[in-house]
Design a protein around this ligand. Structure first.
Ligand SMILES: [Zn+2]
Ligand SMILES: [Zn+2]
Length: 342
């Protein structure tokens, strides 16, 4: 494996004298299972390419997995679990869950389609270095903040995402499930999405669990609902109850997976770090995090938020006072000129 990679590198480095040769547009595979697959792509063609949005080839297989999970959860709720609610509750619950899933969908699409490339790159519009060979574990942006592919000096928080092959402002991480980078353009939406997804998954799981228990607590009502909406067969109630339990476990699995992500990003907020910074710090100085107390950090962040709000309020008040003083001065000047004319 390593020798084939070296062969490929040597072969590609041999292209360096053909700088003016026209570069073929890269034909990416439709699906990839691992970003390491990019190591075997022609360097000049790959450097000439960048990902513009998440639906562009290659699609990460994790994104297909995420959409399958989402469809099972949403379709399962509307075409199965919601039928167990009494009619009026069914309408209210469907509207409530519908609004939440629409916000969730809109947020997901925004994250996937927003252009995360650093605006500095677009403003400077420099030709890309097609001959740069990326190395595992070596950032494309040097210690002097110069990106060796985009050929632009960028901000300290900008990173060159290797799978997307572009510089991303405020880079946090490359999300394989959304097939895009998470940076300053979509980080808040990403946080909203994980909180919302956790809430929706927990809500769906709770509804399924409630009606799973109804099979034992209110058997007659449960059987009536099953025979009215699904089947009057002998085993239909038992099958429906098992399906409710499976659906509940499925949503709980989604909930705990997202909850893990929420806890991780909450810790990052306490550490005041981006995912990439955290990973690097963990590798360079593993003991650093052992000395940090999360409770103390949380108190500090709360104090900082309160201070920021106080400063904001004071600034607003000062601005208002300044405006009022200016208005009073104008009135006095007008009054004086009126007195003078009289
Ligand atoms: Zn770059
Ligand atoms: Zn990326």
């Amino acid at each position: 494996m390593a020798s084939s990679s070296n062969d490929l590198r040597n072969e590609e480095e041999g292209h360096s004298h053909q700088i003016d040769a026209p570069v073929k547009k890269i034909k990416m595979p439709f699906i990839i299972t691992d970003n390491k697959q990019f190591a075997y792509v022609n360097v000049r063609e790959f450097n000439n390419w960048r990902r513009i949005n998440a639906c562009q080839r290659p699609i990460d297989i994790s994104m297909i997995f995420l959409w399958i999970v989402w469809f099972i959860a949403v379709i399962g709720f509307y075409s199965f679990v919601s039928f167990f609610f009494p009619t009026i509750n069914q309408i209210i619950v469907c509207i409530f869950a519908g609004v939440l899933t629409c916000i969730q969908l809109a947020t997901t699409l925004y994250i996937m389609f927003v252009e995360t490339q650093d605006p500095v790159i677009q403003q400077q519009n420099k030709p890309r270095n097609l001959d740069y060979v990326k190395e595992m574990g070596v950032p494309v942006i040097g210690p002097d903040n110069f990106c060796h592919i985009c050929q632009v000096t960028v901000e300290r928080k900008t990173r060159h995402c290797k799978p997307c092959n572009k510089c991303v402002a405020g880079f946090d991480h490359h999300c394989v499930y959304l097939n895009t980078c998470i940076g300053s353009k979509n980080y808040s939406e990403f946080i909203l999405l994980i909180y919302l997804s956790a809430f929706i998954a927990l809500f769906f799981a709770a509804c399924a669990l409630y009606y799973f228990i109804q099979f034992f607590a209110n058997k007659t009502q449960f059987k009536e609902t099953v025979s009215y909406y699904f089947s009057s067969g002998k085993y239909a109630p038992v099958i429906c109850d098992i399906l409710l339990l499976l659906y509940c476990l499925f949503c709980l699995y989604a909930y705990f997976t997202v909850l893990e992500l929420i806890i991780f990003h909450f810790k990052l907020w306490l550490y005041k770090m981006k995912t990439q910074e955290y990973i690097r710090k963990r590798e360079d100085d593993p003991e650093y995090f052992e000395n940090l107390k999360l409770k103390t950090l949380f108190k500090q962040r709360i104090i900082e938020i309160k201070d920021r709000q106080k400063t904001k309020r004071n600034r607003k008040r000062a601005k208002k006072q300044k405006q009022e003083t200016e208005e009073n001065n104008t009135i006095e000047t007008e009054q004086e000129s009126f007195d003078f004319r009289v």
